[in-house]
Design a protein around this ligand. Structure first.
Ligand code: SF4
Ligand code: SF4
Length: 489
């Protein structure tokens, strides 16, 4: 059953009483009452926010496409190799052995998303989400370039299949396919690594049937998303868009229409002064629907915050242009909190924003510290199960240990153990140890101490772990010996 538009008296704000709510809650903007898809032809946005987003997108696209190919210390900037369970963040390699670091990082990341959304709404969606950046800044621009702005696109869609229409459509879809191939290959490089991707491209195709199949599959998926599915991906698939309504409140910064200023919306009358307009109870909104015509999700932001809104700022730019033309202040549609609009206050830095930002900064710092300070080698040395100690013929005591060393770097590493305290002998079976990249080595270690060096039944050892002459860790296993008589005994 269709959900009805809200009752007009659900708010104490009198200016809302006269809004024509229409049927926007009876169906989504991109489907009719029967659920059939309605194709959106948004007008090309123009304005300061669009310009800023365009520059920012250039940076993001460079990072997005360069990510798997940029190397830091020989490792990729970012790698999510789920096949080999190998991950890279800022050039640091993580293996399944780093499960705890990755789990804590993921938790911090999720907490960060929750706090970020509570404070800044869907800023991410509008400015940094790869779907929005690729759709609005790459694919949509190509569409404007080939087919023209919204009215021309609509006319072309309804026109018969003339050679011109066939040529335009063929060119657009060919470019879309080529771009989807590029995007698909980049995603594949993030998953399997750039070297593996290059091997798939340059080797005999018969040797990489699986890789080539994924290449084709990813290309088709991205082509489907950007050529056909478009804004539906944000409305129906993206979980972030769905659960944002549970994270935001009346103090969250959103793209909002100032109904206090805008209502009651009324068309401009020729040669009417601002005082006359005010006199007949008209607000700043001239009901030109420019904000609706540029919206890539087809919604009318004047109906209030809606799930479909990806905060792309196009309506803010469109309305600012209108306000400039009619001589009214910009910002009828602006970044604002709902409370700010109700209280007629401009967007300001509140203690809540400062607090949330501080928590975000702290989470980010912890996350980076966790990721960047993780050592390349993990060493555990435990006494061999079921063993106590052995008395040697010369009176010394020996303990047998199991040593596990994990090399979490991307290169083979030599490892050496030195007993630093107390004086004694340490022998590693199979020494010198060489650890292959990303592998774990298990071996036995024997430590022998003179009786005089035992301080108690359990004597703490201090063992330095070195690689290439550099100390990378110090471990302190216990050495078990016979009971040491007290001086008084
Ligand atoms: S662009 Fe501004 S003035 Fe025009 S309909 Fe939208 S809110 Fe009203
Ligand atoms: S309502 Fe405005 S900010 Fe939201 S998606 Fe539409 S144009 Fe973008």
């Amino acid at each position: 059953m269709a959900v009805k538009a809200p009752e007009k008296d659900t708010t104490d704000s009198s200016v809302l009483q006269n809004i024509n709510w229409g049927d926007f809650r009876d169906h989504i903007a991109t489907a009719d009452q029967e659920g059939r898809r309605m194709w959106i032809y948004p007008r090309r946005p123009k304005g300061r926010y669009y310009a800023a987003r365009s520059w920012f997108s250039l940076l993001l696209l460079a990072i997005m496409f360069g990510g798997p190919f940029v190397r830091i210390n020989g490792n990729p900037l970012l790698l999510v190799n789920v096949v080999e369970r190998k991950f890279a963040v800022l050039g640091r390699i993580f293996w399944p052995q780093d499960g705890i670091v990755l789990a804590v990082s993921l938790l911090l990341f999720l907490m960060g998303i929750v706090i970020f959304t509570a404070a800044f709404g869907r800023l991410w969606c509008g400015w940094a989400c790869p779907q929005t950046v690729l759709m609005e800044m790459v694919f949509r621009r190509i569409e404007y370039w080939i087919e023209g702005d919204a009215p021309q696109q609509r006319a072309l869609a309804g026109a018969p299949w003339t050679p011109v229409k066939i040529a335009k459509k063929a060119l657009k879809h060919a470019v879309f396919l080529a771009l989807s191939f590029l995007v698909g290959n980049t995603l594949l490089a993030y998953i399997i690594g750039s070297e593996a991707l290059i091997r798939i491209i340059t080797d005999n195709p018969a040797e990489h049937v699986k890789g080539l199949t994924f290449m084709g599959l990813f290309t088709l998926v991205f082509y489907g998303i950007f050529a056909r599915f478009r804004e539906q991906a944000c409305t129906f698939i993206c979980p972030y868009g769905r659960f944002q309504s549970t994270l935001i409140d009346e103090n969250t910064i959103v793209v909002g229409y100032d109904h206090q200023r805008g209502e009651t919306r009324q068309h401009l009358r020729r040669a009417e002064s601002a005082a006359e307009r005010q006199g007949r109870g008209a607000g700043d909104c001239v009901d030109c629907r420019q904000c609706v015509s540029v919206c890539p999700t087809g919604i009318d932001i004047r109906n209030g915050l809606q799930m479909e809104c990806v905060h792309c700022t196009a309506c803010m730019d469109a309305c600012d242009t209108v306000m400039d033309k009619i001589g009214r202040p910009r910002g009828l549609i602006r970044y604002a909190s709902l409370n700010g609009i109700e209280q007629r206050q401009p967007l300001k830095v509140t203690p809540r924003l400062v607090g949330y930002s501080a928590v975000l900064l702290l989470l980010g710092t912890i996350l980076f510290t966790l990721l960047l300070t993780r050592s390349d080698i993990d060493v555990t040395m435990l006494r061999a199960r079921g063993t106590l100690f052995q008395e040697l013929t010369d009176g010394r005591i020996s303990n047998l240990y199991l040593l596990k060393v994990t090399n979490k770097s991307n290169e083979d590493l030599p490892v050496e153990l030195r007993l630093e305290s107390p004086a004694g002998a340490l022998t590693v079976a199979g020494a010198p140890l060489s650890l292959p990249a990303g592998k774990q080595v298990e071996t036995s270690v024997i430590v022998e101490l003179a009786r005089d060096n035992l301080s108690a039944r359990k004597t703490p050892l201090e063992i330095g772990v070195f690689s290439g002459g550099e100390r990378i860790d110090t471990i302190t296993p216990e050495f078990l010996g016979p009971r040491v008589p007290r001086a008084s005994e």
